[in-house]
Design a binder for this molecule. Structure first.
Ligand SMILES: [Ca+2]
Ligand SMILES: [Ca+2]
Length: 308
């Protein structure tokens, strides 16, 4: 209300007072119309956003097919999964790196003994990692593997996320499913034709946002599992982050970055395909995009303008 009052200029206020004094039905209607019009103007107040743009802050080289990242508890460094080879190969050489948020490679092989680690999330002092057909739990302080949880029927696990209810959700690109894991017990959370080639997961308070390599951005209601298409035509969509006003940043490997608007249309902001700089799953934190590049085995941080 203070903003509404502040927006009423002196001549308008005089007019309003005059309208209020007019006791005819017409005068009162005009008075109410003016008041509602002013209130509507006041509600539209948020400042316009700049166009979304990216400025490279730093880049680390020397990784091996990095795919995904999670932030440390205090936010000073990132855990980065390295597939190191083919995405479905059980070759035992996958690892997790630690990279500081100011661009120092702290430890290239912090955790070893994985196959093709992709999605990663940190919960407390543990890292939860999707590794082809199992979830691996890694000690976030030491890098030691605590245990593996086999997921029956899993073919090609991709992104992994912690749901608001405390469970772990894992996308299976090969089976077109999302699994839930609670107390190390996996169940099929959702199998749906729209989950064909499911890839990225973004848990919101009331719904799960999902990308698929059939080019879709989806939302899934936690309670009913009702699945809604938010956007299409996004190719091999991978990472996803909310950037305000109902918009989502979506990466498409090998090298496109899109903004999907609330009406489902999208705009392509980056194209790094010619330089063979892959844009895989990413993390957006504090206005910084932390971006693994499967090829050429690098990891970048970009300042992002125009996001909330
Ligand atoms: Ca590997
Ligand atoms: Ca992914």
């Amino acid at each position: 209300m203070e903003r509404i009052v502040a927006l009423i200029s002196a001549p308008v206020a005089a007019g309003l007072a005059g309208a209020a004094r007019n006791t005819s039905q017409y005068g009162m209607a005009r008075f109410l119309f003016l008041l509602f019009a002013l209130a509507a103007c006041a509600r539209e107040a948020p400042p316009a956003l700049d166009p979304v743009s990216f400025t490279l802050r730093w880049r680390v080289e020397g990784l091996a097919n990095p795919e995904s990242a999670a932030l440390s508890r205090e936010g000073s460094f990132l855990f980065v999964t390295n597939v190191n080879g083919e995405g479905g190969a059980k070759d035992g050489n996958g690892f997790i790196s630690r990279i500081s948020t100011d661009g120092q490679l702290l430890q290239r092989e912090f955790a070893r003994g994985l196959d093709a680690p992709k999605g990663i999330a940190r919960g407390g002092d543990a890292l939860y990692v999707a590794d082809i057909d199992r979830m691996v739990v890694v000690d976030a302080a030491t890098g030691a593997i605590r245990r593996g949880v086999a997921i029956p029927g899993a073919r090609f696990l991709n992104d992994l996320a912690l749901a608001p209810d405390g469970g772990v959700l894992i996308a299976d690109s090969g089976a077109g499913r999302i699994y839930a894991i609670r107390g190390d017990a996996p169940t099929v959370w959702l199998e749906h034709e729209l989950l064909d080639s499911v890839n990225g997961l973004l848990p919101e308070p009331d719904r799960l946002i999902v990308t698929t390599m059939a080019g879709r951005l989806l939302s899934i209601d936690y309670a009913t599992r009702a699945t809604t298409v938010l956007g299409e035509g996004l190719g091999d969509a991978d990472g996803v982050a909310a950037i305000g006003e109902g918009r989502y940043l979506v990466s498409e490997w090998p090298g496109l970055m899109h903004v999907v608007a609330a009406d489902g249309t999208h705009e392509t902001l980056l194209d790094t395909r010619a330089e063979k700089l892959y844009l895989n799953d990413f993390l957006l934190a504090g206005g910084v995009l932390y971006q693994p590049h499967w090829e050429p085995g690098a990891f970048s941080a970009y300042d992002v303008a125009g996001v909330r």
